[in-house]
Design a binder for this molecule. Structure first.
Ligand SMILES: *Cc1c(COP(=O)(O)O)cnc(C)c1O
Length: 454
């Protein structure tokens, strides 16, 4: 019998997260205070984020960090997630490659984001916070945070990117069902939002604008902390649960991946699945290839520049050393809302610089073509973001067909697309298009950030 999926029992779940910072040959450069250009410490970050998250953010020493009991308990509501061999997709592609995917879409919220929402809200509650705020693009993070806030008894206020609020209306309904207050960004409720709208009254919003508004709310409201669903090191740490489970599950399947692939917004699901395997490249001489699939319209990994830049549109965050297109970059309104972010996480940026991984660009139409084939073979409709990982996987599987190589490919299915059906309708009706951007556009945008360099 060909085994289709591999599942860990509750007593086999990891009890620690993996912190790749401890094993990196070149540590990430520190975040900087934009005014003084001095490195930022835990105390500087802790007026925005829960303190324990700040400690984790800057921890370059401890490779293993205990998952609090109370978080493990909530993880057991939906973990482990299955590792699945994609036999039907392999057959449709007629490839000798073995394709596996880690199915992070099986929790009812529909994406990997809950893996970090739970610990962030847990730590916030532990230190006496009553309110949490955040931004959300496609709404996946907002939905996860709204639920996690409720679980630990916190109030949540979510700024949702205006254009995706219109594209994916049910995500706001989900957040409200969990009890969160949801506002479209840019909004008139913050100084940052007012400034953005004064300059451009029809601004469609971006993760950058929504982050500015949420950070402003957190820093001007007592007992309110800001939480972020991607980009930061502590988020990738929490997401390592994905790769740690996958490592055990690949062992059950009797294979080890030659390639690990994930879609890339700020890097949390990529880091989550990749870093536990990358540890064996760093320490045990494994040679797995790591591929991050980004949209062609927001190509920070493949065409961005490694610079200190702000994490948000208004420039409220510390300066972060990252591959960026410039914090004022306005990405096209592609349907993979979670991938419309101008920069790459600090850890990933350093690893990319050190050639430990690489990025690929996927045009929007190719992503939906791949997602549709996946749906028709494996029976799961993927999130538009996850379609990018599938497209990159298909490219590699086709290469294997040409060369006859039997590579083992593992990709992360970061979420399902059941709330993204208007996007699939547009694709099926032929109403979607690609958004390639020119080198000049990228260069012009990057000029903006030169003034923040040391
Ligand atoms: C948010 C999101 C992403 C992108 O974020 P990363 O931090 O890069 O993982 C990808 N897929 C889904 C389903 C998401 O919700």
């Amino acid at each position: 019998m060909k085994q289709k999926k591999f599942i860990l029992q509750e007593n086999e779940l990891p009890t620690q997260w993996y912190n790749i910072q401890a094993d990196m040959p070149n540590k990430p450069l520190p975040p900087l205070n934009p005014a003084t250009h001095e490195p930022v410490g835990v105390d500087d970050l802790a007026h925005i984020f829960p303190r324990e998250c700040c400690v984790q953010e800057l921890d370059t020493e401890h490779a293993w960090i205990d998952i609090p009991e109370e978080v493990q308990e909530k993880y057991r509501y939906y973990r482990s997630t299955p590792l699945v061999r994609a036999y039907a997709l392999e057959e449709a592609l007629d490839t000798p490659a073995h394709i596996y995917f880690k199915n992070e879409s099986v929790n009812p919220l529909g994406s990997h984001k809950i893996n970090s929402a739970l610990p962030q809200c847990y730590y916030a509650k532990q230190e006496g916070t009553t309110n949490v705020t955040t931004e959300t693009g496609a709404g996946q993070w907002g939905a996860a945070l709204s639920y996690a806030a409720k679980v630990y008894g916190l109030e949540a206020a979510v700024y949702q990117v205006k254009v995706t609020m219109q594209q994916k209306p049910y995500r706001s309904s989900i957040m409200r069902t969990f009890g969160a207050a949801v506002t479209g960004s840019p909004s008139m409720s913050t100084r940052a939002g007012k400034n953005i709208l004064t300059e451009d009254p029809t601004h469609p919003g971006s993760l950058g604008t929504a982050i500015s508004e949420a950070v402003e709310l957190a820093t001007t409201t007592p007992n309110c902390k800001y939480t972020l669903g991607s980009v930061l090191n502590h988020v990738a740490l929490h997401q390592s649960i994905i790769g740690l489970e996958a490592e055990k599950q690949m062992e059950m399947a009797g294979e080890y991946p030659d390639m690990v692939i994930a879609c890339f917004g700020g890097g949390s699901n990529f880091g989550g699945i990749a870093f536990p395997f990358m540890r064996h490249n760093l320490k045990d001489g494994k040679t797995t290839e790591f591929i991050a699939a980004e949209p062609e319209s927001c190509p920070k990994l493949t065409r961005g520049k490694f610079e200190y830049d702000f994490g948000d549109e208004a420039g409220y965050t510390p300066l972060l050393p990252m591959y960026t297109l410039g914090h004022n970059f306005k990405p096209a309104n592609i349907h993979a809302g979670g991938l419309r972010y101008h920069g790459a996480g600090v850890i990933v940026s350093q690893l990319l610089k050190d050639n430990m991984m690489h990025g690929v660009d996927i045009p929007q139409l190719e992503s939906f073509e791949a997602g549709t084939l996946f749906a028709r073979t494996e029976g799961i409709i993927p999130a538009p973001e996850s379609c990018h990982a599938i497209a990159a996987t298909i490219r590699e599987a086709i290469k294997c067909k040409e060369t006859g190589e039997k590579k083992v490919i593992l990709f992360n299915l970061s979420g399902h697309g059941l709330i993204d059906m208007p996007s699939y309708d547009l694709y099926i009706n032929g109403d979607l298009r690609n958004y390639a951007i020119s080198d000049k556009e990228i260069r012009d945008n990057l000029k903006e950030i030169e003034k923040y360099q040391k």
